[in-house]
Design a protein around this ligand. Structure first.
Ligand SMILES: Nc1nc2c(c(=O)[nH]1)N(C=O)[C@@H](CNc1ccc(C(=O)N[C@@H](CCC(=O)O)C(=O)O)cc1)CN2
Ligand SMILES: Nc1ncnc2c1ncn2[C@@H]1O[C@H](COP(=O)(O)OP(=O)(O)OP(=O)(O)O)[C@@H](O)[C@H]1O
Length: 220
């Protein structure tokens, strides 16, 4: 995709004069925004039938991987804005008796997520982005380090596992220490059309060791 070469060209270069570097930074931010827009519109333009088929194909691949990992505590997301649908996966996890969790925006710490147990009876409410999330219930909260797997939504990913999200930094903060702690294992979940050749990386971006799409299991 031609967008990605523009993005790489716009990355800040340490050798540039400060003013030029600042300008390049702004361009890089604009390019990230433009890329988000392009990919979000590509995934939204899939037909309902394509979305359904994609979610079933990806679900089979994800379940195989989760069983291979012997995962017992798995966080995922509720589909928003054309994201790869998780409904079949949630049903499969419930049937297998695997504990399932959803993120909710932290009530006090801006930019942080809390993860809460999700069952068919969980009371839900929409957050500020219109995404349904579990109502705050202290006993339903699981510390991130007790999750085996965090299935992360994403907007774009590249050929080496770099991830770009909706721009809030929520998953980057959640996963910042996963390698030091050894848990939870992040797994990207996305449509094939969300792949780009290369993404610009910032120091806080957490690359994904595995990404599952309807057609492939990618490991990095
Ligand atoms: N399904 C899902 N749940 C998720 C995420 C996600 O990416 N997908 N998140 C991942 O971090 C967190 C929420 N982050 C989000 C960040 C921005 C927008 C969004 O729609 N932004 C609008 C602007 C809204 C505004 O300015 O008020 C937009 O970009 O159009 C949505 C979710 C937690 N839950
Ligand atoms: N570990 C972190 N600690 C503090 N701030 C962070 C951290 N990770 C990301 N941020 C901040 O979050 C903002 C958004 O980051 P970015 O655009 O990479 O989000 P994203 O990966 O697209 O979103 P998300 O993770 O919610 O899907 C950036 O301004 C960045 O400074």
């Amino acid at each position: 995709m031609s967008t990605s070469s523009t993005l790489s060209d716009n990355l800040p270069a340490k050798s540039k004069a400060p003013q030029a570097a600042a300008r390049i930074d702004i361009n890089a931010k604009e390019s990230r925004q433009q890329l988000r827009k392009t990919i979000r519109s590509a995934r939204k333009s899939l037909t309902p039938a394509e979305q359904t088929l994609a979610s079933l194909n990806a679900c089979h691949k994800m379940i195989d991987r989760l069983q291979a990992q012997k995962a017992q505590h798995v966080a995922l997301y509720l589909t928003h804005d054309g994201e790869l649908a998780t409904a079949p996966l949630i049903n499969a996890l419930w049937q297998l008796g695997i504990n399932t969790y959803l993120p909710r925006l932290h009530p006090f710490n801006a930019g942080q997520l809390l993860f809460l147990r999700y069952t068919a009876d969980t009371p839900m409410q929409p957050n500020q982005f219109g995404i349904l999330e579990p109502k705050l219930a202290v006993r339903a909260i699981i510390p991130v380090t007790e999750l085996d797997i965090v299935i992360t939504p994403l907007v774009a990913f590249d050929a080496v596992g770099n991830r770009m999200g909706m721009g809030g930094g929520y998953y980057d903060r959640t996963l910042a220490n996963w390698q030091l702690q050894g848990k939870p294992l992040p797994m990207g979940y996305a449509h094939d059309c969300q792949q780009v050749p290369s993404l610009p990386c910032e120091y806080w971006d957490v690359p994904l060791p595995m990404i599952i799409t309807p057609s492939r299991v990618l490991t990095f």
